[in-house]
Design a protein around this ligand. Structure first.
Ligand code: PGA
Length: 246
């Protein structure tokens, strides 16, 4: 794993966007898997701007969403579906045929998992995954204790995820279950780019880098990833013993 510490959120976001653009340049038909949340917002804005500026051809890429709140319709502005369209697909002019997102309103969860598993395997796995880190160490909705060989699955949400998750919604909603790309696919991704910023993520980053490597804290598994890159700002790095900001 490679750890990169940036002075601030802006620097981190520019570097993350550049890495995504490099991946697309290297492999124009890449399968990219994107997280939602507060952390990647600026990365995606930088990516959309960079692609416009450089005229990067993104017409052959494919995009999947990392996860989704089950039961939250796509028009709800707290859904992952809404987020990805708003911050990425619309600004980047991505055609619907390039996008595969989870159907949060599915009546057949098993089929929905199979559908996403088969999209991933047909494309030979995920080329680049962009993920954040939850306050409980989750990656997507791979909550603490998820099996390392779990593929796409539906999961009850951890109490912490439900509490923190309220921040994404403007109205009160019930969020009990999530669907997510699994740890197996995270660990097999050709590149795993994990990003975190801000003081509140400092204890989480400390645990991910200096704690035990275990599925009890999924983010720590990046240390076992064959091509894991963790980009953090100096605030998120501030509790690391191994990092000196001088
Ligand atoms: P955040 O969420 O980017 O809103 O902090 C991260 C996550 O839960 O994965």
């Amino acid at each position: 794993m490679e750890l990169k510490v940036f002075d601030n959120y802006g620097g981190l976001s520019v570097a993350a966007a550049e890495m995504i653009m490099d991946c697309i340049k290297d492999k124009p038909d890449a399968l990219l898997c994107f997280a939602t949340g507060d952390t990647p917002k600026l990365t995606y804005q930088e990516l959309a701007a960079g692609i416009k500026r450089e005229g990067t051809d993104i017409s052959k890429c494919f995009f999947i969403g990392l996860d989704e709140w089950l039961g939250i319709p796509p028009h709800n502005n707290g859904s992952c579906h809404y987020f990805l369209h708003h911050y990425l697909f619309s600004p980047m002019g991505i055609s619907p045929r390039q996008v595969h997102l989870f159907d949060a309103m599915t009546t057949n969860e098993e089929d929905e998992c199979k559908r996403m598993n088969s999209i991933i395997s047909k494309r030979g796995g995920i080329d680049l995954m962009v993920v954040g880190i939850g306050m409980n160490g989750h990656i997507g909705f791979n909550e603490p204790g998820t099996a390392i060989d779990a593929a796409v699955h539906v999961t009850p949400l951890d109490e912490m995820t439900k509490n923190v998750g309220k921040k994404y919604f403007t109205e009160e909603v019930t969020i009990n279950k999530g669907i997510t790309v699994g740890l197996k696919q995270v660990m097999q991704a050709k590149t795993l780019l994990m990003i975190a910023n801000g003081k509140k993520k400092a204890p989480v980053i400390k645990k991910a880098i200096e704690g035990e490597i275990s599925t009890d804290f999924p983010a720590a598994l990046i240390r076992k990833h064959h091509n894991g890159i963790l980009m953090v700002d100096s605030e998120a790095a501030s509790e690391l013993k191994t990092y000196f900001n001088d």
